[in-house]
Ligand binder design. Structure first.
Ligand SMILES: Cc1cc2nc3c(=O)[nH]c(=O)nc-3n(C[C@H](O)[C@H](O)[C@H](O)COP(=O)(O)OP(=O)(O)OC[C@H]3O[C@@H](n4cnc5c(N)ncnc54)[C@H](O)[C@@H]3O)c2cc1C
Length: 479
């Protein structure tokens, strides 16, 4: 270890207490929980993992690292899917874990806001809001481990975006430690504030490359009086898009979830988790999961749902459907949807794509790209599912049946990514809808992002982090 590194470690121990600075030199040290990403694609090596307990301590850590010229990798729940929250393998980076910043600072019922620290686990915040009679409508399958700081840093989406928007839309204010170690208190609960550039929106979605989010003020909503879930079988993706339009018409703001699942995706759930009893998938190319949240009553919600489904049957959009009779049935249906990534992992390694396309052109995109992939890589299996209500598909590509998945990935990932991303570009879509860029997609950005936008992004990075110490190599790579 260099003298500069030892001096830095001493300063970090001074800042946060020796017990909160973990290194490989500690007896019995195992830092893999912080060094390995969720999908186990990368196992880096950190100089240290530092766990500050307050905003002031975060600021001290950032100042010490800046003085030493050492780069920082902010980390929340480490559930990110694009390799953004783990260190590289140089052994020189500091992982800044935010999980000890986990206090709820206050709930303002009249203002419908909740102010919380960055390391709070999303599910605990949903529960906190619910106990006070409110809804915090950010919801994703990783909610038991991801943190609100990570959600904001990645501008996470999830299953209720169709009604409430993504993490950005749910955030009114931020507290941030800048790359220089200053604290910006932007914890405003204001819904209107036109006093210049929106710094909050710069830090949201910046994936730890501009500064460290230490706290946030979030929007709350009234709890709905009833929430109903339906599962419908459909003859085609065209029918799914038409059903979405119909659901908007019939349910209005009550439409809080609209997920699509392809037959092969559901067959994997049935194969690997048969006890979940996946309904209606065998005879239908697609199934859709709909959620209706109603401010009046369950009877009203059910009537609305029945009218919608009846119209859809009459128009030939839906061939069969079930409406959950109880909360546990509804949770069971959502659990099937959320089990698709796990079923896919059981089947073997795969090439993941998190893309968005204007909803209207999704059927044409899929028809064209499915055929293209079959032509170019015969036998590949498409695990297509996602948040159709937001135009967001997880268009994943699994190795042909019986083929070694690791070998397939090594040989085909670059080519398959190119085919899919080029198709996304032709359809005016985005190569990252909700997971972010991280280091996994940073190299692709120069090919698919408008060059003027990329130039502006570089200028922002240079202005806010001139030393380039905040999560280097993520989002932007050197030109
Ligand atoms: C099973 C599963 C399902 C998922 N479903 C969805 C989904 O539906 N929608 C969706 O959008 N995502 C989904 N994800 C991805 C992931 O959960 C989200 O990206 C989540 O927002 C990451 O939060 P985290 O606390 O784990 O952040 P981490 O993984 O720790 O970090 C993610 C990025 O944010 C940065 N970061 C973290 N905390 C801070 C901070 N306080 N300040 C500055 N930068 C920070 C990191 O440096 C990194 O670049 C899923 C993941 C899994 C494993």
């Amino acid at each position: 270890m260099s003298e500069r590194q030892s001096t830095l470690l001493a300063a970090l121990r001074q800042a946060v207490g020796a017990a909160q600075v973990l290194t490989h030199d500690d007896p019995g040290a195992d830092l893999s929980a912080w060094e390995q990403d969720w999908r186990k694609r990368v196992h880096g090596r950190a100089l240290a993992v530092v766990r500050p307990g307050s905003t002031a301590e975060v600021a001290e850590v950032v100042r010490a690292c800046a003085a030493a010229g050492v780069s920082i990798v902010p980390q929340g729940g480490n559930t990110g899917l694009v390799v953004g929250s783990v260190p590289d393998d140089s052994g020189t980076q500091v992982v800044l874990s935010l999980t000890r910043l986990n206090a709820v600072r206050g709930l303002d019922a009249a203002n419908l806001t909740l102010t919380v620290e960055a390391g709070c686990v999303l599910q605990s915040l949903q529960e906190h809001a619910r106990q006070a009679g409110f809804l915090l409508p950010l919801s994703l399958a990783a909610e038991g481990s991801c943190t609100i700081g990570g959600n904001l840093a990645t501008n996470a989406g999830g299953t209720q975006v169709v009604r409430y928007g993504n993490a950005r839309d749910l955030c009114l204010g931020l507290e941030v430690v800048t790359a220089q170690g200053e604290v910006w208190n932007g914890l405003s609960g204001l819904r209107k504030d036109n006093t210049g550039y929106d710094l909050r929106d710069l830090y949201i979605g910046s994936e730890g490359t501009l500064g460290v989010i230490t706290a946030a003020t979030l929007k709350l909503y009234p709890l709905p009086a009833a929430q109903l879930t339906a599962w419908a079988a459909l003859p085609s993706l065209d029918a799914a898009v038409s059903l979405l339009g119909l659901a908007h018409q019939h349910l209005g703001a009550g439409l809080t979830g609209f997920e699509v699942m392809g037959q092969f995706a559901l067959s994997l759930v049935d194969k690997h988790f048969p006890n979940l009893r996946t309904p209606l998938w065998r005879d239908s190319p697609y199934c859709v999961l709909l959620e209706n949240s109603d401010s009046e009553s369950e009877t009203h919600a059910r009537e609305q749902f029945e009218r919608l489904l009846e119209t859809a049957f009459n128009q030939g959009l839906v061939s069969d459907a079930v409406v959950a009779e109880s909360l546990s049935q509804a949770q069971g249906l959502w659990h099937i949807r959320e089990s698709i990534p796990l079923a896919q992992a059981e089947e073997g390694l795969n090439i993941k794509h998190d893309i968005s396309i204007p909803v209207s052109t999704i059927p044409a995109f899929c028809a064209e790209t499915d055929a293209l992939l079959q032509r170019e890589v015969p036998g590949v299996r498409l695990v297509n599912f996602g948040h159709l209500g937001d135009g967001n598909l997880h268009y994943n590509v699994q190795a042909p049946e019986g083929e070694d998945a690791k070998k397939f990935l090594a040989e085909q990932e670059t080519r398959v990514n190119g085919l899919v991303f080029d198709a996304v570009a032709r359809y005016h879509g985005s190569i990252s809808a909700e997971h972010g860029v991280g280091s996994l997609k940073a190299g692709h950005l120069p090919h698919y992002k408008d060059p003027v936008a990329l130039g502006l992004m570089r200028a922002i990075k240079q202005a806010l982090d001139p030393q380039q110490t905040m999560n280097p190599g993520r989002v932007l790579v050197s030109p």
